[in-house]
Design a protein around this ligand. Sequence first.
Ligand code: AMP
Length: 632
Amino acid sequence: MATYKEFHRRSIADRDAFWREQAKLVDWQTPFREVLDYGKPPFARWFVGGRTNLCHNAVDRHLATRGEQAALVYLSTETNEERRYTYRELHAEVNRFAGILAGLGVGRGDRVLVYMPMIPEAAFAMLACVRIGAVHSVVFGGFAAASLATRIDDARPKVMVTADAGMRGGKAVPYKHLVDESIRLAQHPPKAVVIVDRGLDTGMPRTAGRDLDYAALRKQHMDAQVPCAWLESSEPSYILYTSGTTGKPKGVQRDTGGYAVALASTMRDIFCVQPGETMFTTSDIGWVVGHSYIIYAPLINGSTTIMYEGLPIRPDPAIWWKIVEQHKVRTMFSSPTAIRVLKKQDPAYMKRHDLASLQYLFLAGEPLDEPTARWAADSLGVEIVDNYWQTETGWPILSAQPGVEKTARKFGSPSFPVYGYDVRLLHESTGAEVGANEKGVLMIMPPLPPGCMTTVWGDDERFVRTYFSTFRDKLAYSTFDWATRDDDGYYFVLGRTDDVINVAGHRLGTREIEEAVQAHSGIAEVAVVGVADQLKGQVPVAFAVVKDAARTATAEAAAALRKEVMDTVDRQLGAIARPGQVHFVTLLPKTRSGKLLRRSIQALAEGRDPGDLTTIEDPGALEQIRAALAAK
Ligand code: AMP
């Protein structure tokens, strides 16, 4: 077995040979001519000239050897359903969906927006898109109509795929209703909406000529055989929107060949799941973890993936472990917030089931605090692996790689750089590498490895400007995270350098939330900051200036306005972005040049010292923040 260090060294120093070897993990219809074209930095094109297809690699190629093996197991504790699809059945369903899309005129390069709850049809839709070379844009079901409209206008999908409703905690959550609203708001609406009718929203309105019923279409395409479109490796597979410092989310564009290769390698080297074994990722298909580790990686690997619709504590907090026992789950992937939720329950639930099959629990998406990691390790008796990555990269940047070498873990650290990533900790202004135990910005020296974002959808210039422009004289990809490395080479991620916050593993831009608050006509100005929270990591807190003082003159009036503001955020962005608190002030702390002093506001909200205030325009503004916080 190679040592981790040697494996990593080779991935950087002998890049072409290293990735040529990994590329054997997937099928190529036409072999690639060149491993990497880096002629136009920072744009990297991997496996140039190679033709392949994600759906072929995830489904078709397994038919001969594992056609009767379970590919996807769907479990819903919301509707009490359980469905199991073998690779052969999955192949048939994906062909039917591909037939439906092709019949609607969707072809190579066209976009399809998928706004779906956690049901197998969502997976069929995604796989059907990549089968015909269409580009899917999956939008998380928690996002509201206005957010959906922005994503419609950016990607201009030909077709949208949705369901009547989702279920959460036993309550139906409307989907189609929001799609209607988003189409009303959009400038470039799709011409067709395919609806999976689960019978959860009987009053669902339909628009004749636009809305189509999936069940009826499926019947028409029962025997569809749709060939895979052989895409050049760099052709896009999907777009996934993510928040940044501006109000406008970026469409992370992913390639095809590089992504397939990178994911396949991670199943062996990081997640240690063999073909035929089962992986259970508790995320949602609307997030990158869901794309990579509910859908593509386990299927490309010939493993069984579990798709779970439900909460971790319903019908009781042992549900996940019951699933692990019943389905002999080998590797599980979840988030620190989910584990903190379980930590608040009776610990007996953690011990109720036989977890002998389970070797690892991977946790990602937000910092994994040491007490949570330790508690999970002790109560489950399995190894906990913290891994750090981003929507942009699509697969881990920092992680233990037990498939390469079983290195010792340190709680609180996602261990080491993953092969392919030339990670550096750089001084924020000079760009020089910082020493051991010194804080620097976590940066990746380009080219980014295979599978990472290739550009911002429709905006190459924004890709370069956003990610590669920290230093004038050095091209480096910024993760916008602070980190340190200790004397043993272990990394510790310390939080964002920008105005992005992380709520229960979900990334939100404070600027986006501010714009949503300002959509309320009574609000003149607002500052939103992320405040530390024991359960969710961070929660957004808003400090708003009202246009008319009468609206906050009494406690009742203020409470009513507060509720209206929160409802506005729900409508604009979705409940995941709703501020935990809304405070009213008459002035916001700003520098003399008009920049919001968010760090100082955040520090006060967390009970810390506000820091250097020499540039503040009016110190009275900070007093107001203090008073507002004290009044609570
Ligand atoms: P997202 O693109 O939504 O997955 O969010 C990525 C961001 O989440 C990163 O830039 C980090 O700020 C944070 N993050 C993800 N995983 C970890 C981790 N294991 N430890 C600390 N922060 C993390």
